[in-house]
Design a protein around this ligand. Structure first.
Ligand SMILES: [Zn+2]
Length: 326
């Protein structure tokens, strides 16, 4: 791009001839700015611009070369200008990282905190790792937790992939301990979900008591339907439970066990909601359909178990997994 050409001039209001400073981005775009706005928003610019400037009217407007891209500069300047609204979404995580690190450099984090927190919250679904890194660096606990929780929707490989795609200079700005804590949290949640999606686990830990206690008024019949101690009924499958050293025989409906097996096999990330659906229940329901007694009940039993027992237990336990921050 040629200096002074249309392509190198930032859009309004950064083409104002009355501006007293030009900021030139790393990609060669010139922003004509009023230093008054910059000094008000940034201690960095306030200090820099407080140095005496040559007073002569014939002196051309001074130009400052910046290492920030035009996207970054535009976002930051639109925060500085009271007439403008800074953008709150960016499709590219790299832009958000660049903006945040530039704000840090320009000593604007405190002033821009509300804006940046909104930016991070909006980006948490598409790139939780980038948001985690930034929030961790700036010490924003709520956003750190939000981002960590969002990583539960992706599996470990996707987590590593998101991290590998970040520029090295970004990775360089986060401690290995912070990254390790995110991995540890993700792994602990994953392990917990895998454990809970096992028929043996429910029987061993007598988690079936949860089934007994789940809203007993709505359907008393179901409480003893899936789990029977020592009593084999139709469609039963024996699971030997280890109750504090004593073995106890439980008979569970084999289609319920099939549902647990299918759900466990289908879950590929700690977030389980997308798997605990009617679709995952289909094989179990087909098995139950072969039994006259179970056929009319199976779908209902699986739904009640999923909604009132399994999801409640998973949520309760996942909420207990701590993410270490300090
Ligand atoms: Zn049956």
């Amino acid at each position: 791009m040629e200096p002074g050409s249309k392509d190198t001039q930032a859009p309004s209001p950064f083409g104002d001839p009355s501006a007293d400073l030009i900021l030139r981005s790393s990609d060669g775009v010139e922003f004509r700015v009023h230093t008054l706005y910059l000094r008000k928003s940034s201690d960095f610019f306030d200090d820099m611009l407080s140095l005496p400037q040559p007073p002569s009217p014939n002196t051309p407007v001074p130009v400052v070369d910046c290492c920030e891209t035009s996207t970054t500069l535009h976002a930051i300047l639109s925060f500085c200008y009271p007439s403008m609204c800074p953008p709150t979404t960016f499709p590219n995580a790299r832009d958000i990282l660049d903006i945040c690190f530039a704000l840090e450099k320009f000593l604007m984090l405190k002033n821009a905190e509300d804006w940046i927190k909104r930016l991070l919250t909006n980006a948490v679904t598409s790139n939780p790792v980038a948001v985690y890194i930034l929030a961790h660096r700036f010490g924003w606990e709520e956003e750190v937790k939000l981002a960590a929780k969002q990583t539960l929707f992706i599996n470990l490989y996707e987590l590593i992939d998101l991290r590998s795609n970040l520029p090295v200079e970004v990775l360089d700005r986060i401690s290995a301990l912070a990254m390790h804590r995110l991995d540890a949290y993700h792994t602990a949640c994953w392990k917990l979900v895998q454990e809970r999606l096992s028929a043996q686990y429910w029987v061993d830990r007598i988690l079936w008591e949860l089934v007994m206690n789940a809203n007993p008024d709505s359907d008393p019949y179901r409480h003893t339907y899936v789990f029977q101690r020592n009593i084999a009924t139709c469609c039963s499958e024996l699971i030997v439970a280890d109750c504090e050293g004593n073995t106890v025989n439980y008979y569970v409906k084999k289609w319920w066990k099939a549902y647990m097996d299918d759900a466990r096999a289908a879950v590929d990330a700690p977030a389980y909601e997308k798997v605990l659906t009617t679709e995952t229940m289909l094989r179990a329901v087909r098995m139950a359909a072969e039994c006259r007694t179970c056929a009319p009940e199976a779908m209902k039993v699986l739904h009640v178990f999923t909604e009132q027992c399994l999801k409640v237990e998973l949520k309760k336990q996942l909420d207990k997994v701590a993410l270490k921050i300090d």
